[in-house]
Design a protein around this ligand. Structure first.
Ligand SMILES: Nc1ncnc2c1ncn2[C@@H]1O[C@H](COP(=O)(O)OP(=O)(O)OP(=O)(O)O)[C@@H](O)[C@H]1O
Ligand SMILES: [Mg+2]
Length: 327
């Protein structure tokens, strides 16, 4: 098994849900947010389109996984992408990030064609996390974040070879940023812990820190709360708000509808590869097509689920709520 292969949770997840969030799960400390916002870039809040797709389709053999998907993410916006298992959500992220080359259609970043390979997509300012966590399990939390940071390090090969002053300065800066990012996601205390020893929820947060280390303008999160308890889910909601406040525009795939409806400015519903409904959380929640096609349950049951704050982790058995394995 390679280091980069998905890790499975090897820790029990905590059970407390009602008490106040423990300190490490609270919204990132204000002073850390302020410094990071200065070092990264602060949202203009203009809602100018930053990431767009136009008529994106993806066909695998005889299967049409995406049909003509057109969308636009505005600067400073948080968009939710929901839909049943196999709807094409992860495939859409894969098309946006160069992992798949769409069968037809275009993806643009600030109006320019998106590069075709994932490394250059990251360079261009689009970072992502994966549905199945991909960390380096035998590396520490700090080292995992530093891997993300290397995308932005500028020293040339000679400087690295000689370990000259520029190299040392650059390494120190990378370390400093990684430390701030670990504090930002609530993992400051676990900097030296091996990734594989971290509880599942912390691994998900570590993946977010690593993605943020690449200085993205856009962050794509594929099921960031899968497997989390209610408390960790709430902490992740606060974290994503804080990420948006850093100036990063966000698209989130999630099955937990309460999470999506209370987090996102806009929600897109993908069903069988087609964008069925798009609107504000209230519009989407009230749309009978969503209830019927996506949630597959009577409206009152769906509403009850939404208002009860049910958190659907993998295998919890709700309609269309099991975690898939496509990525
Ligand atoms: N590389 C691939 N080759 C063939 N079929 C694929 C590939 N990737 C995805 N698919 C198919 O495309 C469809 C959409 O899959 P995708 O993983 O995008 O769904 P999803 O909405 O992310 O589902 P889930 O909620 O379960 O994660 C599925 O039928 C899946 O089997
Ligand atoms: Mg998926």
């Amino acid at each position: 098994m390679s280091e980069e292969q998905a890790m499975s949770p090897d820790h029990e997840i905590g059970t407390t849900t009602e008490e106040e969030l423990p300190q490490e799960l609270q919204a990132p400390p204000e002073e850390v947010v302020a410094v990071l916002a200065e070092e990264m870039h602060v949202a203009t809040g203009t809602r100018e389109p930053i990431l767009q797709s136009s008529g994106v389709s993806m066909v695998f053999g005889g299967l049409r996984a995406l049909s003509d998907v057109t969308f636009s993410l505005g600067e400073g916006e948080i968009i939710g992408l929901i839909g049943p298992n196999g709807a094409g959500k992860t495939t859409f992220f894969n098309c946006l990030t160069g992992l798949y080359s769409p069968t037809s259609g275009q993806v643009t970043l600030r109006g320019k064609p998106m590069p075709k390979d994932p490394a250059r997509v990251t360079q261009a300012g689009v970072a992502r996390t994966f549905q199945n966590i991909r960390l380096f399990p035998s590396m520490t939390a700090m080292e995992n974040v530093l891997v993300g940071r290397h995308v932005r390090m500028k020293q040339g090969p000679l400087s690295s070879l000689l370990h000259g002053p520029r190299f040392r300065r650059s390494e120190a800066e990378a370390h400093d940023r990684a430390e701030k990012l670990l504090a930002f996601v609530g993992l400051g205390r676990f900097s030296d812990e091996l990734a594989r020893n971290l509880p599942y929820g912390d691994q998900r947060r570590l993946e977010i820190a690593r993605a943020l280390a690449t200085d993205p303008s856009v962050l794509l999160l594929d099921e960031p709360t899968a497997g989390m308890n209610a408390q960790e889910t709430e902490a992740t909601r606060q974290l994503i708000f804080a990420i948006r406040d850093l100036g990063v525009s966000v698209v989130v795939i999630e099955h937990d509808t309460k999470f999506i409806f209370t987090l996102c400015d806009r929600v897109l519903v993908l069903v069988q590869g087609e964008l069925l409904v798009e609107g504000s959380p209230d519009e989407v929640r009230g749309d009978p097509r969503v209830v019927e096609a996506y949630l597959g349950a009577p409206p009152d049951e769906v509403e009850a689920q939404i208002h009860a704050g049910a958190t659907a982790g993998p295998g919890t058995g709700g309609p269309g709520l099991q975690e898939g394995s496509t990525d």
